[in-house]
Design a protein around this ligand. Structure first.
Ligand SMILES: NC(=O)c1ccc[n+]([C@@H]2O[C@H](COP(=O)([O-])OP(=O)(O)OC[C@H]3O[C@@H](n4cnc5c(N)ncnc54)[C@H](OP(=O)(O)O)[C@@H]3O)[C@@H](O)[C@H]2O)c1
Length: 278
């Protein structure tokens, strides 16, 4: 059975998302010596080295030498430069994973050796607290054990949902990629409303955050749908019904559809711009 102890993992780019993954891996008993990170930012490298005792490199080519899986965790704008810089050092059995928003497997196939096994992943920011959800898409060149390895690695920061159709990652971007910001906006609005109703700011924040956490946990652990759970706590003529009527009159559902559609369309537009240079 595969476990984190069996893989050598290399991160190209040691920024926010790489650091979240590294923290999750170390928390899940991945040996620090199995992790390499390469980044031109020496301050960031020193910080990561001191914190996690992993292997750090300033050369991407040297960092990937002994890796089973290479996770490209750089900004989308420099992905082409980074990918093409690896070509001469890559081995055909090394799995390449990209977490860059908007960069397609087709783009990567143009920049990397054509036969390279590729997985594209859209993680989200709650990965920082090991509560993320990642969407994963593998090209046909990826074998089952490489899929299992990737699944284990990304489960270190949350849960995974696999997709057969890469185009669906635009919808994923609009839901789970950008979604943490939507829920944070709701928490922020609840907090402001609570202060308006006379609560102290610290009370308003704690009640809003814990209510969001509790509702999500209830939805996750219950066998009932979120809609039914909501109905169950909405007594006819009660306070919740009064508030929900206001949300319905304000067309909250339509607004959510419009907002996610706008994010979806932006994802397609950005992807076309980013991948434009072959
Ligand atoms: N953060 C998120 O929530 C999130 C969610 C989903 C997907 N992603 C994707 O994850 C990727 C990384 O995002 P991030 O937020 O972690 O960005 P970040 O914090 O800016 O990290 C990127 C790191 O790559 C380094 N870098 C720059 N050029 C490099 C090169 N040639 N070789 C190796 N490393 C290089 C950067 O160094 P410098 O600082 O010196 O430039 C930086 O430390 C992005 O493609 C993003 O689309 C992020």
């Amino acid at each position: 059975m595969s476990s984190l102890e069996n893989f050598r993992i290399c991160f190209i780019g040691g920024g926010n998302m790489a650091e979240s993954l590294i923290a999750g891996l170390i928390n899940n008993h991945c040996p620090a010596n199995n992790i390499n990170v390469s980044d031109p930012n020496t301050k960031q490298l020193t910080k990561i080295k001191e914190h996690y005792s992993i292997n750090v490199f300033s050369s991407n080519q040297l960092a990937i030498t002994d890796a089973d899986i290479i996770i490209l965790a750089v900004k989308p704008q420099i992905m082409k430069e980074v990918a093409t810089g690896l070509i001469d050092s890559l081995k055909s059995d090394q799995l390449i994973v990209s977490i860059a928003a908007g960069i397609t497997c087709q783009n990567l196939q143009t920049w990397l050796p054509a036969e390279s096994p590729l997985i594209r992943i859209m993680p989200n920011t709650p990965a920082q607290v090991q509560s993320g959800v990642s969407a994963l898409y593998a090209t046909p060149a990826v074998n089952q054990s490489q899929k299992e390895m990737t699944d284990i690695i990304f489960k270190a920061v949350g849960s995974n949902v696999w997709f057969d159709d890469e185009h669906k990652l635009h919808a994923v971007t609009a839901i789970s990629g950008s979604g943490p910001a939507y829920f944070l906006l709701m928490i922020e609005a609840m907090e402001n409303a609570a202060i308006d109703l006379g609560l102290e700011p610290d009370q308003a924040r704690e009640l809003s955050i814990k209510t969001g956490l509790g509702a999500a946990k209830l939805a996750q652990e219950s066998t009932e749908s979120p809609a039914l759970l909501r109905e169950n706590i909405t007594s006819p003529g009660g306070t919740t019904e009064q508030a929900l009527n206001q949300f319905e009159q304000g067309q909250l559902r339509t607004l959510v559809k419009q907002a996610t559609r706008a994010a979806y369309e932006k994802s397609i537009e950005l992807s076309e711009q980013l991948g434009g240079s072959k």
